[in-house]
Design a protein around this ligand. Structure first.
Ligand SMILES: [Zn+2]
Ligand SMILES: [Zn+2]
Length: 262
């Protein structure tokens, strides 16, 4: 019902896509969060290219409105906000991925169900310049069957680099293996996040230089969905910096050894 009343308020400019989204919205009668929406492109910002796969280009973006809330009942008990006559939403500005839909004819219920095995599928948008239609979605962690810490880390891969592919890959792998256990993740910490850096000693045995420093940001403790960023603790904590003479030392074994001795 609620979706139907809104049909006149949006169009994708493609009759097949309109009809397709409408049908899906009508079929998810009591479960609005599983329906697809038409998402106007100007509700997405910070759009950044990530990579390409067999279906086409993939981007990351922030979605101003965020997804329709979890508790969605057709006649508006929870997710329908009577006062504002609109859906109640969660996670404004949430990170999403945009994936090209090269052939809009590909849109069938079967296709959507296939996408939904590995993704949250929120809706469809159109790039006003290229006129390409794109799916708005999120990866689901195969292990946790939800959007866990690993997925939040993944969204931020394009925001940092060590300028060394091996180190990038190594840090990314530790982040992808965090799931519910955030302490397992390593981060790339840019040098300007440290202050009061002081030389302490040189280890005669392996020539490793040791410094102490204050780390402005501190430890990650959890994902903060309101700010779409990591919540941290112990800002300005004192840490030690040890030189990594040969970045190739960076293996999981090496990291375990460092943990064991600190
Ligand atoms: Zn209804
Ligand atoms: Zn997970």
């Amino acid at each position: 019902m609620r979706f139907q009343q809104n049909f006149k308020n949006w169009t994708s400019d493609n009759d097949n896509i309109d009809k397709f989204i409408q049908d899906i919205q009508l079929s998810y009668h009591g479960n609005a969060k599983e329906a697809l929406e038409w998402i106007p492109h100007d509700r997405l910002y910070n759009i950044k290219y990530i990579t390409k796969d067999e279906l086409g280009e993939i981007y990351r973006a922030n979605w101003i409105d965020g997804k329709i809330g979890i508790y969605a009942y057709c006649e508006g008990k929870k997710s329908w906000d009577n006062k504002n006559q609109n859906w109640r939403r969660q996670q404004c500005n949430m990170f999403v991925n945009l994936k090209s839909l090269n052939t809009p004819n590909i849109l069938t219920l079967e296709f959507v169900n296939k996408i939904k095995i590995e993704h949250k599928f929120y809706g469809i948008t159109q790039d006003p310049e290229t006129k390409n239609y794109m799916m708005v979605l999120n990866n689901i962690c195969k292990k946790c069957n939800k959007i866990c810490n690993s997925i939040h880390f993944q969204h931020k891969f394009i925001d940092w680099t060590s300028d060394n592919n091996d180190i990038d890959k190594f840090i990314q792998d530790t982040q992808l293996s965090t799931h519910g256990n955030i302490e397992k993740a390593l981060e790339w910490v840019s040098y300007d996040r440290f202050h009061d850096i002081k030389y302490i000693a040189k280890n005669e045995f392996d020539n490793i230089l040791v410094y102490r420093a204050n780390w402005i940001d501190g430890d990650i403790i959890s994902w903060d969905s309101e700010n779409q960023n990591w919540k941290r603790t112990r800002c300005n904590m004192i840490v030690n910096l040890k030189s990594l003479n040969t970045p190739n030392n960076l293996t999981l074994e090496f990291v375990k050894k460092v943990y064991a001795s600190s």
